[in-house]
Design a protein around this ligand. Structure first.
Ligand code: ADP
Ligand code: ZN
Ligand code: ZN
Length: 753
């Protein structure tokens, strides 16, 4: 493989930053602490003689009795701290400085989400070890001329020695993992002199993707789309929606934009919802570019996080693919952002700093003056509104690649086709599965609910088993033999006796989960081979990969799964998709319930008939006239989006109005409620001139008790032009919040739990 591309230059703007007129003798340093700041953004420090600091430098400073690592946010300091109280910067770290684009982004996100800037900075400095220069790695090899037999080695020690005899030196943790022994075994052998340490160089730089390796032969409309995206590279900020049906080749097309950025020597960030970060995607990437991208997600080890963070910050990682937190990596030379599956609500971070990674990615691109591509077959209403108003450009791929037909979607009216008592699959669906199996093809039964049954009640008194910490029923997981709360994760064994009436008559399962569908499939099709795919039935990515392989290799006839199967998998022989409960996502009255259900079902439907075999989708529903079901059956996405947009516009809801939620929570219900009521009374609707702003609540949040905390919610609704952040700041600044109560702000809330 030849490669003419230059590695992206390391931290170029570091050298391009103008030198300050005179050496700064004071600096403001922002520390990665989630505390609201009393003055400005950070604390002032004196720069000791001989130290030359620039904005973005990573420094160690004293804070109280400790030392902490922070970032030089401003030269000159705020000037608000008297000279006598200033402390010295302790040291400048040998780490790549935080680039200006990322610093501006941190400040922007903090002010938008109302999070303390230090809490946002902490996401950009999430791997403290990466701020130290990389150290050589200590590895072990067998000591030559050592008389092993004199040691009378245990079987475990023998395993390590014979394993190491045939491999290059490895770090202790790797030896333990690969030889399948505990860490103490290697340590003991090293102390006895049977192993000796050798120093390996620090992690090698990631391999270079080759933009020219294996270009797809693009169809004309694909080529036009790819050209439009590639032309934007290097031309400053531009947001583009890549809008195309599943299987139209969107991935192939945005790979060409990535290639263009690589050729320009720039770094690329691809954001995927965690769940879509599949081995399949990585394999496709590798086939196209010759190596794996640099990954960033929750499955990485601590050492991988350190190496990858540093490789990005030194400009050595050309392409990064990651979940939402990858937005906060320290790219010195970012040239393009791609957000795949932009409509996914998984991009909303709900804990800590609450932010929407797709929206923040657009801001990141804007601040860095680079193009961003949002990719979806079912774009969010937010993105569509931005296309309509001209903020985003749209590039469309209307057809499936190679003429593959879109699946035919039909509704099964469950009022007319009731399943027998205690069953969930209607006669027409059962018939369709039978036909599919007879044709030697595969079927998928989709139900977005883990476990056996969503509700379990006492056979004698009807008592419902509920979570002790939450307002939620316990879900039976029969395979694991446990009850589980899907809100907080609490698990317990199914009790022998009813906790209410003490009867031992046993419990009844009410309603289906995927495990119960699997049971029904076993009874209906005893000869079929089936597989169950849900996040709790598969332990980790390797198991998922193995499962997907077995489906692709046709070792499975019927696939039963939750939304885990909906994402991006490609099964050529899967021709039937049965949606067990198409109405499931529509209950609950969530603002985005219809939109989300449409997106999910559309995506599931897209699993059917991706190759030469045409697909068929059956939706079991009790409400076949619902706009979501109608839109799916008629294949009219845009009409659905328009109708949905009209409803939202009329109600002044996002994306045409703004929402912010305040969640008031605490252990003491009376106190929490009192604070919520007080906040409600002082809400900004009472301000003169703010008549268009409405505050709803306080209401007990739908899960009024969550993880043992009582929760109340206030919802602020305002027209788009209103500066919601300013309103909230003003409102909260006046409020007296006792220590035992927590108020969290959620701008643009997606979850109404
Ligand atoms: P999408 O992301 O829109 O769902 P993909 O990029 O995954 O579509 O493409 C669907 C399938 O078609 C994939 O297997 C892909 O490799 C194949 N494909 C798409 N475009 C081409 C092309 N120009 N040449 C060869 N295969 C293609
Ligand atoms: Zn009972
Ligand atoms: Zn719970």
């Amino acid at each position: 493989m030849t490669n003419k591309t230059a590695r992206p230059a390391a931290a170029p703007q570091h050298d391009l930053l103008p030198l300050p007129d005179r050496r700064a003798d004071r600096v403001t340093v922002l520390l990665p602490l989630p505390v609201p700041l009393p003055v400005g953004e950070g604390y002032d420090y004196r720069v000791p003689a001989g130290m030359d600091l620039r904005e973005g430098d990573i420094v160690e400073v004293p804070l109280g009795k400790r030392h902490m690592v922070g970032v030089v946010w401003r030269l000159g300091g705020s000037g608000e701290v008297p000279e006598a109280r200033l402390k010295d910067v302790v040291a400048k770290l040998d780490a790549p400085p935080l680039p200006e684009g990322l610093r501006r982004f941190v400040s922007w996100v903090a002010s938008y989400t109302l999070a303390p800037p230090g809490a946002v900075l902490r996401m950009a400095m999430s791997v403290p070890a990466a701020l130290e220069p990389p150290k050589p790695v200590v590895a072990y090899e067998c000591a030559p001329d050592f008389d092993v037999e004199a040691l009378r080695p245990t079987p475990a020690r023998r395993r390590v020695l014979s394993f190491l005899a045939n491999t290059p030196p490895l770090p202790a943790a790797e030896i333990a993992r690969q030889a399948g022994v505990s860490a103490g075994v290697g340590k003991g052998l090293a102390e006895a002199g049977a192993l000796r340490p050798v120093l390996l160089p620090p992690a090698p730089p990631p391999p270079l993707p080759d933009p020219d390796l294996k270009r797809a032969d693009l169809a004309p409309d694909q080529a036009a789309a790819a050209a439009a995206l590639a032309e934007a590279v290097g031309q400053g900020y531009r947001a583009t929606l890549l809008d195309g049906v599943t299987g139209s080749g969107k991935t192939e097309v945005y790979f060409e934009a990535i290639a263009a950025a690589l050729k320009a020597g720039e770094q690329v960030l691809v954001l995927l919802p965690e769940i879509a970060l599949t081995p399949h995607w990585l394999e496709r990437f590798e086939a196209r570019f010759g190596c794996r991208p640099t990954e960033w997600h929750s499955e990485l080890t601590q050492a991988q996080r350190r190496d990858n963070w540093r490789a990005v910050a030194e400009g050595k990682a050309g392409i990064v693919v990651g979940a939402r937190s990858a937005l906060f990596l320290s790219f010195p030379n970012l040239g393009l952002i791609v957000v795949d599956e932009e409509h996914e609500s998984a991009f909303k971070q709900e804990e800590g700093v609450t932010y929407h990674a797709r929206d923040m990615a657009v801001v990141r691109a804007y601040l860095a003056k680079i193009p961003i591509v949002l990719v979806s077959a079912t774009p969010s209403l937010e993105t569509m509104a931005n296309v309509e108003n001209g903020r985003y450009q749209r590039v469309s791929l209307p057809d499936r690649f190679a003429g593959a037909a879109l699946p035919m979607i039909q509704a099964i009216d469950m009022r007319a086709h009731r399943p027998p008592q205690g069953r969930w699959l209607s006669p027409p669906l059962v018939e369709a599965v039978r036909g599919t199996l007879a044709a030697g093809e595969q079927a998928l039964l989709f139900l977005n609910r883990r476990g056996y049954a969503p509700l379990t009640l006492c056979g004698a008194c009807g008592h419902r088993l509920a979570c002790p910490n939450c307002t939620a029923w316990l879900v039976e997981h029969r395979l694991a033999g446990r009850l589980q709360c899907h809100q907080c994760g609490h698990t317990e064994k199914l009790p022998d006796h009813c906790p209410a009436c003490d009867s031992d008559e046993g419990f009844k399962a009410v309603g289906p989960g995927v495990e119960r569908i699997a049971e029904e499939v076993m009874q209906l099709f005893p000869d079929a081979r089936f597989a169950l795919i849900a996040s709790d039935t598969l332990g980790g990515p390797a198991a998922v990969a193995e499962m997907l392989r077995s489906v692709r290799d046709r070792e499975v006839d019927i696939l039963i799964g939750t939304q885990m199967v909906a994402k991006g998998h490609h099964f050529p022989m899967l021709t039937l998709v049965g949606v067990v409960d198409a109405d499931l996502g529509l209950v609950g009255g969530d603002l985005r319930a219809a939109e989300r259900t449409y997106q999910l079902l559309h995506q599931v439907a897209g699993r059917a008939g991706r190759a030469e075999h045409p697909g068929r989708v059956l939706l079991q529903t009790y409400d076949p006239g619902h706009k979501v079901i109608q839109a799916l059956v008629e294949g009219d996405r845009d009409r659905f989006l328009e109708a949905e947009a009209d409803d939202r516009r009329r109600a002044g809801m996002p994306p045409f109005g703004r929402l912010a939620a305040l969640i008031i929570s605490g252990a003491d219900k009376n106190l929490v409620e009192a604070v919520a009521l007080r906040l409600g009374r002082s809400a900004p609707r009472n301000l003169p001139g703010q008549t268009e702003v409405r505050v709803l609540g306080p209401a007990p949040a739908p899960f009024a008790v969550l993880r043992g905390r009582h929760r109340f919610r206030l919802l602020l609704q305002a027209p788009r032009g209103v500066n919601v952040q300013a309103l909230l700041r003003h409102w909260l600044a006046q409020a007296q919040i006792p220590h035992a109560v927590r108020v969290t702000v959620d701008i643009d809330p997606y979850s109404f739990l």
